[in-house]
Design a protein around this ligand. Structure first.
Ligand code: AMP
Length: 500
């Protein structure tokens, strides 16, 4: 029998107070199952995706279990890392840690979050001061271990969040290295969450979990059922006008708009700004700060539209998103489910619309096959796709003329051009004094795809000094070699094209 209130779950008064302030009245199904199991000290293999309330499902019982160890001592030794939570992307890591902070605000426990793509030195003082709960992306955590700013020998609870994405993104070797630094499996509690359970995830679970309880809630496809979905059949060139029309006529804010490529994201954001919509773009070529600023503006409802690629939007969690727009259909049907899962979270109803150009019909067929249903086709009253396409052609030709004029005056342009918003990670070439080559290489890798670990080749080689983790010596070997295709992109049926 599952609990119908948080009080029945046996959580401490401090946690119940924070939960009530968060506005939660009832545990979600994953919380009702996971919280008592984790409070019992059992290992858990959780089948749940973001949007189900799984973060509170593991964060609340972790906080409850660690609460007796909270103390106000200034000594770092009194604040060892007792719970380690690994997440695949910086956005998810940040959101998980924000939740831990929110739920744990009356417990006196300390937490922080470490992720790559930013200068590690900003993170050092906080982790060195000691935190009981550490949320991390795997690569950056290993950087901290290497710098001896983090010690994992006292971890009591280990959480692997979104294990399937970890696998997709090539993080498994890093995770195995991290597991080797933890106390023995039997001496810690292990929680693994994944939306899917491939054989590889099961193998990982076998190595990690000790007689786990299997807890499964709503499969991916059921999330799609709470979302109202519709398709607009519209030529590619008329999409921008249709989007502007829908957003302005309904006075919407916080519209999350998906495109397939980084280049396409930047271009569309610029165009929508020109149409008068407050817009930002997030994608892997944006600097970490630009991404965080855009996310914050979006969360604060300062933006009408946030244009995102699939990778950049992973884990994005904003309550009550009114509308998700698939400006271009994904080529992998499962990505459609991920995308529309950004609206209608935790049981709320949401709306997702897709703009389908004639050349994208084949992707729509695949998506409908996965959903096992047809998506309703809508038309926008008063919207003339032929006129919109003609207008787009005129605008394009004006833009071409402007670009030609720009090209004729390169000197003025260099002198006056503002910094490009979508320029690749500008920190990559700037090695601050004292930064290790290892760190510089890592940042270069992040600049290419911020959530992607370095290719495994050469990293497992033990350092000459026999240290516990990866050494610098092996990294030099990779210099000058052709760049490997990130695992995540290899999964895609078609590579990202710049012109899309
Ligand atoms: P998650 O699946 O952890 O990403 O959570 C998805 C969203 O659901 C977050 O915005 C949470 O704040 C919200 N949430 C979590 N638990 C509850 C609950 N019991 N009642 C209402 N909302 C919740």
């Amino acid at each position: 029998m599952s609990a119908t209130s948080f009080t029945e779950l046996g959580l401490s008064p401090e946690l119940l107070r924070a939960v009530s302030e968060a506005g939660y009245t009832q545990p979600t199904p994953i919380q009702a199952q996971a919280i008592p199991t984790i409070l019992d000290g059992k290992d858990v293999m959780g089948g749940a995706q973001t949007g189900t309330g799984k973060t509170a499902g593991f964060a609340l019982p972790i906080l409850h279990r660690l609460q007796p160890q909270a103390n106000t001592s200034p000594s770092p030794a009194r604040h060892p890392v007792r719970a380690l939570i690994l997440a695949p992307t910086r956005e998810l890591a940040i959101q998980v840690e924000e939740s831990v902070k929110e739920y744990g605000k009356y417990t006196g426990l300390r937490s922080t979050c470490v992720y790559g793509g930013v200068d590690i030195r900003q993170q050092l003082p906080i982790v060195r001061a000691g935190v009981e709960i550490l949320v991390a992306t795997p690569g950056r955590l290993l950087d901290h271990v290497e710098q001896k700013s983090v010690n994992l020998s006292q971890v009591e609870i280990f959480v692997l969040d979104e294990a399937d994405r970890m696998l997709d993104m090539g993080f498994i070797p890093d995770i195995k290295r991290i597991m080797a630094l933890l106390p023995a499996t039997a001496r810690r509690q292990n929680l693994l969450f994944s939306a899917t359970f491939s054989n590889e995830i099961k193998k990982l679970a076998d190595a990690l979990l000790n007689k786990p309880e299997l807890i499964e809630v709503a499969r991916r496809n059921t999330a799609a059922e709470t979302v109202e979905q519709a398709v607009y059949k519209v030529p590619q060139d008329a999409k921008r006008a249709l989007l502007t029309e829908i957003v302005t006529s309904r006075g919407l804010r916080q519209v999350l708009c998906f495109v397939r490529t980084k280049h396409g994201a930047s271009r569309l954001a610029r165009q929508l700004e020109r149409d008068g919509l407050a817009t930002a773009a997030i994608h892997g070529d944006k600097t970490q700060n630009a991404r965080l600023d855009a996310l914050q503006a979006f969360k604060d409802a300062k933006l009408e539209v946030l244009v995102a690629t699939d990778v950049a939007a992973r884990g994005l969690d904003v309550d009550d998103l009114p509308l998700v727009v698939n400006y271009e259909l994904p080529h992998v049907p499962e990505d459609y489910i991920h995308r529309i899962g950004r609206t209608g979270r935790a049981g709320a109803s949401g709306e997702a619309i897709s703009f389908v150009a004639p050349e994208e019909e084949k992707y729509l067929v695949e998506i409908e096959k996965l959903l096992k249903k047809k998506i309703e086709v809508r038309t926008k009253e008063g919207f003339d796709p032929v006129a919109a396409t003609a207008r787009a052609a005129t605008v394009r030709s004006t833009e071409r003329t402007t670009r030609r004029d720009d090209a004729r005056a390169p000197r003025e342009r260099t002198a006056t051009r503002p910094p490009r918003h979508d320029a690749p990670h500008s920190d990559a070439g700037r090695a601050p004094v004292g930064r290790s080559r290892r760190e510089q290489e890592r940042e270069e890798a992040y600049a290419r795809n911020p959530d992607q670990p370095l290719p495994d080749r050469g990293r497992g080689t033990p350092p000459a000094n026999g240290g516990a983790t990866r050494g610098h010596a092996s990294l030099g070997v990779r210099r000058g070699k052709p760049r490997e295709v990130p695992a995540l992109l290899m999964k895609r049926k078609a590579p990202e094209t710049q012109g899309a």
